[in-house]
Design a binder for this molecule. Sequence first.
Ligand code: GTB
Length: 216
Amino acid sequence: MKPTITAFERSPDRGRGLARDMRVRWALEEVGQPYNVRLLSFSEMREPAHRALHPFGQIPTYEEGDFALFESGAIVFHIAERHAGLLPGDANARARAITWMFAALTTMEPPIVDREIARLLEGRETWYEQRLLLVEGRIRNRLGELSGHLGDADWLDGEFSAGDLLMVTVLRRLNGSGILDEYPNLSAFVARGEARPAYKRAFDAQLAVFKTMSAS
Ligand code: GTB
């Protein structure tokens, strides 16, 4: 059955592929699973029909008939479990790839999101500059550690996996900050992810939504 995912009708990222539907689109493209997209306005995201799928009234969601999921990490995991291509067959390698999925979402993403929140909501506070320095310091600590782990490898643990996919989407959220440029092997890691044909198809699909909506 062709799954349906949800995405912003008008993404605040203006087609830069930073919203979390991008990682789900990319996973679906990697495994060759066609999908439908239901676009939602901010008000539709708050309506009971959407809340029945997503208790927090957000995107993305994933539906396959009566079966529904929310949380981008859980959705990518579901896709990776049901199709070949995103998780290794060997049990230990698979567990390590899943570990990297968690690391992307629970170790790397929180300080990066903190920075976005600070810039978006706290810019007028007297303590803003001080807080930004602290938050960026935490990000740099994590990036330094991740960079040390990656070294000159292409991917985080052997073959490309859902762990790499999530990590690339998380690190992309630093685009434009200049911070990632301080870690050439991480910049190259992100570029490798972005060069994958499946990534490009996913990126183009979400960009097409932005272009269509901007024209209307
Ligand atoms: N933990 C959840 C998951 O991983 O699925 C988080 C989902 C989430 O934050 N969804 C956001 C959302 O629906 C969109 S992706 N927000 C609307 C709301 O809460 O009302 C976050 C996001 C939004 C915008 C940008 N951007 O403009 O760059 C980047 C990321």
